[in-house]
Write a protein that binds this ligand. Structure first.
Ligand SMILES: [Fe+2]
Ligand SMILES: [Fe+2]
Length: 375
């Protein structure tokens, strides 16, 4: 008897079913198997071969000896997971990022997830994300994004990951994560359902919602948290939205950014790393160096106005390549607290933004310009 020929759709659906079956009880041991199967299928369907995360030589530290060791951490952000019955492309993308980071040698000290794990804050979306992140070998630190929060005001997220506002010390650096996506209540008066509220926030450029804030209680917490630190203490702050005002209409914006910056002003140098904008962004406001990181799901276009001078523009995204403009990243922290930032842009060479670039306000160490215009 002749073997039955399966259609491409059938093969795709079978492979997708196997992928999600494998994700059901994901632990570290089974992760590699599932991830390899997902990558294999992507290659077979013409989406690969992927360029995996580049081995990186750790930069020589120019800081005086005894100031503290250099180390690195990895960054994955904005996976925007839908429930698995709706979309599998974004699942594959975050698996890819996890695999890339797991293959770093030596391993990063920790991995920061930059927010927007879920697309519509659904418990199933967040659970799926939590399951996938369990596949990361290094310890994981979580930050919250608006897509994780506004369905149940963070209830499920907190249940899975704890409080979004916290700080810790690692090898001489003080780290802080803030919840920067707090909004004024626009939903009660309008009698919105949780889903209507979530979808309103997810539509960044609608006129119904307000702007993101860190808010007074968290700012007070931040002041207290930093009170014991000397002015020259190296400080790295993680926020989801940029802690400056970039483009209001798209909520690339934190409304009380100046108040947060005022709290950080006394420090010699501060590094702020954010997700949310899904693009290569670099900015400096006085002592504060800002770094926007990539999404694993999709690239946002650049804002039509108000772009920071030090922004590193991506190449124009290739419309035939669903991974173009997406990726993960790595941050090399030096003993002086400044960082080299590596963007793992998939299917392209990694781009490094060296600490000298922001420190010199763009006069030194400029990364190579992309050869195409960008959106
Ligand atoms: Fe996002
Ligand atoms: Fe976001």
């Amino acid at each position: 008897m002749k073997p039955r020929i399966k259609s491409i759709e059938t093969k795709h659906m079978e492979e997708r079913r196997d992928l999600f079956h494998g994700l059901k009880d994901l632990d570290r041991r089974s992760f590699l198997k599932v991830s390899a199967a997902a990558m294999g299928a992507a290659v077979a369907s013409g989406l690969g071969p992927f360029q995996s995360f580049q081995p990186v030589t750790v930069a020589q530290d120019a800081a005086p000896s005894g100031a503290g060791p250099s180390f690195r951490f990895a960054y994955i952000s904005d996976s925007h997971l839908y429930e698995k019955k709706v979309n599998d492309r974004f699942v594959r993308a975050i698996l890819r990022a996890v695999e890339d980071v797991n293959s770093l040698d030596p391993q990063p000290d920790f991995v920061l997830f930059g927010g927007d794990l879920a697309q519509l804050g659904q418990p199933q979306e967040l659970e799926l994300g939590a399951q996938i992140l369990k596949g990361i070998k290094a310890p994981v630190q979580m930050m919250v994004g608006e897509h994780d929060w506004f369905f149940d005001m963070g209830e499920k997220w907190r249940q899975l990951f704890g409080q979004p506002t916290r700080s810790w010390d690692h090898k001489g650096i003080h780290f802080v994560t803030l919840n920067s996506i707090i909004e004024k209540d626009f939903w009660t008066e309008r009698r919105m359902s949780p889903m209507e509220r979530m979808q309103t926030v997810a539509g960044l450029d609608n006129a119904v919602q307000g702007r993101f804030t860190v808010g007074e209680p968290q700012r007070e917490w931040l002041e207290k948290d930093l009170a014991g630190l000397k002015d020259d203490a190296p400080l790295i702050v993680f926020s989801h939205s940029p802690l400056y005002k970039l483009y209001k209409k798209w909520n690339f914006w934190t409304d009380d950014a100046e108040d947060v910056q005022a709290i950080l002003k006394r420090f010699k140098q501060v590094v702020v790393i954010h997700g949310h904008t899904h693009q290569l962004l670099t900015n400096r406001i006085d002592n504060i160096h800002f770094h926007g990181m990539l999404s694993t799901a999709w690239p946002w276009p650049y804002a039509p106005e108000g772009m920071p001078e030090l922004t590193i523009q991506m190449n124009r995204a290739d419309p035939f390549n669903p991974n173009d403009g997406c990726g993960d990243g790595e941050v090399r922290v030096h003993a002086d607290g400044l960082v080299d930032k590596v963007y793992g842009l998939w299917n392209r060479n990694p781009i490094t933004v060296a600490r000298g670039y922001t420190a010199s306000r763009g006069k030194e160490d400029a990364p190579p310009k992309p050869n195409l215009g960008s959106f």
